[in-house]
Write a protein that binds this ligand. Structure first.
Ligand code: GLA
Length: 368
């Protein structure tokens, strides 16, 4: 994906003038899934794939003319229209502009054209890449798209740094860069091509379950402050087990375990112990599959293939309900693993998983 490609379309579709070009990446997450909206830790990094957008003020007070290059779809809308555009990709632009207005940034009419190379629906945050090209992505997801996501995706997209993962504490928003160049290993994603769509999915139900458990624990301990599961202990979870029911209990049980696993991965990385990192990744997969129940048959199968090939670590990445697995694999096992995954997945589902080698890239930036 390059600037010239986006520029040529921008110039052709609007009035022949060029604007400013911005790039924003998708992300991976090594470990720490569904912990962000529970006040826990995540361990993401930006990737070398994302969205490039060219933008220019068009002199109108509130008309946005937007062109999605990959979809060859043009949508014009007014920021003053209370309903906004129907096309979901255009709703991101509408939502971001309105959120900026809401915090006092004067947003007037503009033209925009954008293209991307983050696979859509793979759980690599193509939507956050789009939003971070502007700003205020998380509020846009909540109010205009209907996904009550946490802060991980937009954070990783904006603050990513080439060669580094980040450990983000989603409660305090403090973060630390961790150089990630695992000697002798590599990270690869296998995209099941099961389209993960979080809006309208049980993603919001998972969040509600977690919040329900917190409310119950808080009611037992009026002396304490319980904002998220981050504030709750294993013992407190056991106390409310019967009253919240087995399903919500399992969800919260996963989240408490996942918080500890992220810290375990940090320790292992500091010690250069990638085999331990991998063990924790497999544990996360188990939890996401059996307790949080956001996996699907195809992802469990890819995880099994990783185990069969002695891959160091493998798990569902992102929100789940489809998308890809992230795999930490020794260089000498890589070819065999990929060949086996392609063959066996194709035999069962009639197509190969898409192989995406992870390169950790920089966050949002202006290109010209
Ligand atoms: C999606 C959401 C994130 C996060 C992950 C799960 O990507 O957008 O905020 O909750 O799922 O870790």
């Amino acid at each position: 994906m390059d600037i010239e490609f986006v520029r040529s379309r921008f110039v052709k579709h609007f009035d022949g003038k060029s604007g400013n070009v911005y790039a924003s990446p998708g992300r991976i997450n090594l470990i720490g899934e569904h912990t962000d909206y529970n006040g826990g830790y995540v361990f993401p990094g930006a990737v070398d794939k994302g969205v490039i957008a060219e933008i220019r003020a068009n002199g109108t007070s509130d008309t946005v003319m937007a062109y999605a290059i990959d979809l060859k779809d043009r949508v014009d809308f007014k920021l003053s229209d209370p309903d906004g555009p129907r096309a979901s990709w255009a709703r991101y632009i509408y939502g971001i502009a309105l959120e900026m207005q809401a915090v006092g940034v004067p947003v007037k009419g503009f033209n925009i054209a954008f293209a991307g190379d983050v696979p859509l629906g793979a759980g690599m945050s193509s939507s956050a890449a789009m939003e971070s090209c502007f700003a205020f992505g998380q509020a846009t997801e909540h109010k205009y798209i209907g996904v009550n996501c946490g802060i991980m995706d937009q954070f990783a997209s904006v603050f990513g740094k080439a060669g580094c993962l980040m450990r983000l504490d989603c409660r305090s928003r403090e973060f630390q860069y961790f150089p990630f160049k695992p000697d002798g290993y590599r990270l690869v994603l296998l995209d099941s091509a099961v389209k993960h769509q979080l809006s309208g999915s049980p993603y919001n139900d998972r969040r509600n379950s977690c919040e329900n458990v917190v409310r119950h624990i808080a009611a037992h301990h009026p002396e304490g402050t319980f904002e998220t599961l981050r504030d709750c202990t294993w013992e407190q979870l056991e106390e409310v087990r019967a009253e919240v029911g087995e399903e919500d209990y399992k969800r919260a049980h996963f989240v408490l375990g996942e918080k500890d696993r992220v810290l375990g991965v940090c320790e292992a990385l500091n010690a250069g112990d990638y085999e331990r990192v991998g063990e924790l990744m497999y544990q996360t997969h188990e939890g996401l599959s059996k307790e949080y129940e956001v996996s699907c048959e195809e992802l469990d199968f890819l995880n099994q293939i990783a185990r069969d090939n002695e891959v160091t670590g493998s798990r569902i990445m992102g929100g789940g309900f489809g998308g890809c697995t992230i795999n930490l694999v020794r260089n000498d096992l890589y070819q065999r693993f990929i060949a086996d995954a392609k063959k066996r997945f194709c035999e069962r589902y009639g197509h190969e998983p898409k192989v995406i080698d992870v390169v950790i890239g920089d966050g949002s930036r202006r290109l010209c």
